[in-house]
Design a protein. Structure first.
Lengths: 256, 336
């Protein structure tokens, strides 16, 4: 497995946020993390990204303990696509993508020709080449998400961690970004993403990790573990699953 | 790349303007010096064989009075605006200026104390107090709970006001006939009386502050994204922030102790530079340094030549700079 998390626990001021979380993710898969607000998804991601260190248990990336890696080595393995990104100062799209290449060179050097080529390549991969010279902050939400994805690709890490990639996008862009995540997984990336939409998890991911109050309540193939019971447990809502030839459709119950 | 070429050509433009102003500054002053004489004196000083076509007074004015002052103005202007730009990026705050961690008020307190106690080394004292203040702010800010950045900023504001009160106390007890005017004049900020020693005193801290910043300038960009995002891209944010804050503080402390309270330039010039070359620090940092040096030298030239008496540069900077800044802020197109 490319990344494995074992017995991960974390507390903020003695309030447990994650308790004995264990899972792993391998090459070429999309793992969706589901859970209500406050279930511990963000904390889990912060631990994965090496931003929180006070945890117990272990996170192992390609055989190496995450805690022992320097930020630069960590960035070689895991790239992060934030949910939204409001820069204090405006940068062009190309510069934004170029920031992803920072880990390739010594901190004392600016990116060179090679890095610039990587940034262009990554922009082309997500189809955002024509935006290269525009100001990042002037783009639409969907375009911004694609550029952040390109930034992560320019980083050339095998694991992509996406924090609610679809949350602030319109319906079309949500689907396009998730489609992109699928394609990247097919190319061999490991994609770990959090989502609030079980239907999207069902459609676009291979496996699901469900968290409730900091504990893993379900982990497995999306078709097997994403059920009515799980949704009731996670969100306290009633739903119906309708099977269609292309997969299940989740209908929330409406009380008249 | 179109944008980069544009930024590059603007950088060159700034450098050329600065070179022209640098040379012209030798000509202006109470004693007129012709361009030929000024060039001759400078060449002679560099040890080149030139025929003497100037008087001794001219040489003294150019080398002993104008040269140190011109160098000091450029160094202080460049350093303060580099420091301001750095603080803005580190704190992800466009309103950050070199005063933000108390470096200015610390320096002013040190200087006023030195004047009150008749310690001759006013500049050294100001420098030491400035560094001590920022170190204090840093450690206090680190101990607080919650957001580190917010704590640092709050600690900076509190410590600054503490020192302002200290300065007021010193003014209150200072002899109103001799020391008080000296203190007041120092606080207004001035480069008059700049001597060779002042330049050599601040040169080392300025180089120690500027060179690491220039080397790390790409990573300064990533600091504006916030700690977690920058770290996810391989930036060792804790070390980088500490190092960069240290550098910017060195720059501020050295500048303010040599020239008084003119940290203000460090807020405005970075903004003007951002408009000129964009926010990418690969171009922005050199542009801020050049622009700061250019602006400071220009204002200092005006302050020493406009009236028969010297106008303290702090006052002039505010009179020239503030309306200019307001104009830019309100004109069509805003900041973009």
């Amino acid at each position: 497995m490319r990344i494995s998390v074992e017995n991960l626990s974390f507390s903020y001021d003695e309030r447990p946020v994650l308790q004995n979380v264990t899972f792993a993710a391998g090459e070429g898969e999309v793992l969706s993390v589901l859970g209500a607000n406050g279930a511990g998804k963000s904390t889990l991601f912060r631990c994965l990204l090496g931003n929180l260190f006070g945890y117990t248990g272990s996170i192992t990336v390609e055989g190496q303990d995450l805690r022992r890696l320097s930020p630069r080595k960590r960035a070689k393995k895991i790239a992060y696509i934030p949910q939204s990104h409001r820069p204090t100062f405006g940068y062009t799209v190309l510069d934004t993508a170029l920031m992803g290449t920072t880990r390739h060179r010594s901190p004392f050097l600016s990116p060179g020709k090679e890095q610039e080529a990587l940034a262009w390549e990554a922009l082309a991969r997500v189809g955002a080449e024509q935006l290269a010279l525009r100001d990042f902050s002037c783009l639409s939400g969907g375009e911004q998400q694609l550029v952040l994805l390109a930034r992560a690709l320019a980083q050339q890490a095998d694991i992509l961690v996406m924090d609610e990639p679809a949350s602030s996008l319109d319906y079309g862009n949500q689907l396009r970004v998730l489609q992109m995540a699928r394609e990247l997984a097919a190319e061999g990336y490991t994609v770990i993403l959090s989502t609030h939409d079980p239907q999207q998890a069902l459609r676009f991911s291979d496996r699901v990790l469900a968290l409730a109050e900091g504990r893993v309540v379900a982990l497995g193939e999306v078709g097997e573990v994403l059920t009515r019971d799980l949704l009731r447990r996670l969100y306290h809502v009633e739903t119906e699953f309708y099977m269609t030839p292309k997969g299940a459709v989740i209908l929330p119950e409406v009380r008249e | 790349m179109k944008d980069q070429k544009k930024a590059m050509s603007r950088l060159w433009g700034l450098a050329i303007l600065l070179a022209i102003l640098f040379f012209s500054s030798f000509l202006w002053g109470r004693m007129p010096v012709s361009p030929k004489a000024a060039a001759g004196i400078l060449a002679w000083r560099c040890g080149l064989p030139v025929t003497v076509s100037w008087t001794d007074q001219m040489a003294a004015a150019v080398l002993n009075i104008r040269l140190p002052r011109i160098l000091l103005a450029m160094l202080v202007g460049g350093a303060l605006s580099a420091a301001g730009m750095t603080y803005q990026n580190v704190f992800q705050n466009p309103m950050a200026s070199p005063d933000i961690l108390g470096a200015s008020s610390g320096a002013c307190f040190g200087a006023t104390l030195a004047i009150l106690l008749e310690i001759p080394a006013v500049t050294t004292m100001a420098f030491a107090c400035s560094l001590a203040t920022v170190v204090m702010v840093y450690f206090v800010g680190r101990r607080g709970r919650g957001s580190r950045t917010m704590n640092l900023l709050l600690a900076g504001i509190m410590v600054s006001s503490l020192f302002s009160a200290g300065i007021s106390c010193i003014k209150l007890v200072a002899d109103p006939n001799s020391k008080l005017p000296e203190i007041t004049y120092w606080l207004m900020g001035s480069l008059s009386g700049a001597a060779g020693e002042d330049v050599s005193f601040i040169l080392l801290p300025l180089l120690a502050g500027l060179l690491p910043l220039l080397a790390l300038r790409w990573q300064l960009n990533l600091l504006t994204l916030g700690e977690e995002e920058a770290a996810s891209m391989g930036v060792d944010t804790k070390r980088l922030r500490l190092l960069v804050i240290l550098c910017a503080t060195l720059l501020t402390a050295a500048s303010v102790s040599a020239s008084g309270m003119i940290g203000w330039i460090g807020l405005v010039i970075p903004h003007l530079s951002r408009r000129l070359v964009g926010n990418d620090c690969r171009y922005l940092l050199p542009a801020s340094i050049l622009f700061g040096a250019l602006f400071m030298l220009l204002v200092d030239d005006i302050s020493r030549t406009l009236l028969a008496i010297e106008i303290p540069i702090g006052i002039l900077l505010a009179f020239v700079g503030a309306p200019f800044f307001l104009h830019l802020m309100t004109r069509k197109g805003g900041w973009a």
